[in-house]
Ligand binder design. Structure first.
Ligand code: PLP
Length: 427
């Protein structure tokens, strides 16, 4: 496979864009090599500027559940764009998308649209703080909630601790309000509530997708709900990734636990920049202009983005069996990867939730971030590179989730597995 043009494009990009990319993971830092520069998408495939074709298991990191250039989404976008790109004034499309979300998610009575998942979680946390009058938050090691200051915090070694920033530029004065707990470990959350009586909310990915795929145990979520209630803290489910991915109602379709606030993104924008946060009406009523908590956006609720999101969500709602099909295919893929690994004595952990799949080169089950970090990232990098070279585009880090789109069929999955057998044989 030739990458001449991508290599050239990457060199040019690096001259004018830090690291040549607008989001760090795209630089392929943890797997090495040059990231393919993309020319276009075609259904299940990505096509790079050298003309190489790849079966795409990344799907723009989740949004494209109908794959690239889905005709229905494309038509909605073109039709809406013809009427103007942005007005900075209300449109009916915003209400329509809000109604779809509110009718599906029991926990969302009102919702506000923003431009990214980062903005959604950042705003939801401001709202939780405004509502409770408390400043601290609890987050889990390995969960990603975008790059806003209070959330760019991870643990030091081991025990629960007040957070220290893990990026320069985040003031320690902000980070100290973020307490860290271990995923699937309720005692670590109890320790946070013992350390602080000022906890506004606990934010969690109910199906973690940003340390690889690591679902929360049902019992853990139930205890988390009870702890929040006991201490007057809000429970925030960050479903930016799992929303409309794990099921039509995200992780909430797979658990009985109900959050107070929810963040969405990715699929609700159909590939356009959209985020949203919503929840109980009495909490959302605190938001400006109804209430005192300020939040705004020049391009928020952009009509073209709303149209793309609506086109995806209405298609999903019209045929809920899509999720069973996607889950079956995801399962077929990870079962195939697992048997390829087994055949070559390579330890592999696999899991699936709806259209999300994950695999760790790890000999033990992965329940939290520390477990995930014990994976063999060198082996992952070799696997990634070899598969890419054969035309299979997997997420470029061991700590990411993979996605099946409706355009990825069983034959493509079987072809992927056949190649994985050969690749694993050489690892
Ligand atoms: C992707 C993601 C975000 C951030 O969304 P952006 O649109 O990249 O800002 C936040 N939370 C979760 C769970 C995500 O997967």
């Amino acid at each position: 496979m030739k990458h001449t043009r991508s290599i050239e494009a990457y060199e040019e990009a690096k001259k004018v864009i830090p690291g040549g990319v607008d989001s760090p993971v795209r630089a392929f830092g943890s797997v090495g090599g040059t990231p393919p520069f993309i020319d276009c998408g075609e259904g299940a495939y990505l096509v790079d500027v050298d003309g190489n074709r790849y079966i795409d298991y990344v799907q723009s990191w989740g949004p494209l559940i109908f794959g690239h250039c889905d005709p229905t989404v494309e038509a909605a976008v073109i039709e809406t764009a013809r009427k103007g790109l942005s007005f900075g004034a209300p449109t009916v499309l915003e209400t329509e998308l809000a109604e779809e979300i509110v009718s599906l998610f029991e926990s969302i009575e009102k919702v506000r649209f923003v431009n990214s998942g980062t903005e959604a979680v950042m705003s939801a946390i401001r709202l939780a703080r405004g509502y409770t009058g408390k400043d601290d938050i609890v987050k889990f090691k390995g969960c990603y909630h975008g790059h806003s200051d209070s959330l760019l915090v991870q643990a030091g070694s081991g025990a629960v601790t007040f957070g220290s920033p893990n990026s320069p530029g985040v003031p320690a004065d902000f980070a100290k309000h973020t307490l860290l707990a271990d995923y699937n470990d309720i005692n670590s959350v109890k320790a946070c509530f013992e350390a602080s009586s000022e906890i506004a909310c606990v934010v969690i990915e109910p199906i973690a997708g940003n340390m690889g795929l690591v679902p929360a145990d049902e019992e853990f979520l139930r205890e988390l709900r009870a702890l929040c209630d006991e201490h007057g803290a809000l429970l925030l489910f960050d479903e930016v990734m799992s929303g409309f991915r794990a099921s039509l109602t995200g992780a909430q379709g797979l658990t009985d636990v109900k959050p107070d606030l929810v963040t969405l993104g990715k699929v609700i924008g159909g590939g356009m920049p959209v985020g949203a946060f919503g929840g109980r009406a009495d909490i959302m009523a605190m938001l400006s202009p109804e209430g005192p908590v300020y939040q705004a956006g020049t391009l928020s609720g952009n009509p073209v983005a709303m149209a793309a999101g609506l086109a995806q969500i209405r298609q999903l709602k019209a045929d809920v069996a899509i999720y069973d099909i996607l889950q079956m295919r995801a399962q077929r893929l990870v079962d195939g990867l697992k048997s390829a690994a087994d055949a070559n004595d390579i330890p592999l952990q696999v899991d699936v939730r709806g259209s999300m799949f994950g695999f760790f080169f790890n000999d033990k089950p992965v329940k939290n971030f520390d477990d995930a970090l014990n994976s063999d990232t060198d082996r992952f990098a070799k696997f990634h590179r070899a598969m890419l070279d054969r035309g299979f585009y997997f997420a470029c880090s061991q700590f990411e989730t993979g996605f099946i789109s409706t355009k990825i069929n069983e034959a493509m999955i079987d072809e992927t597995i056949r190649n994985a057998h050969e690749v694993m044989g050489a690892l």
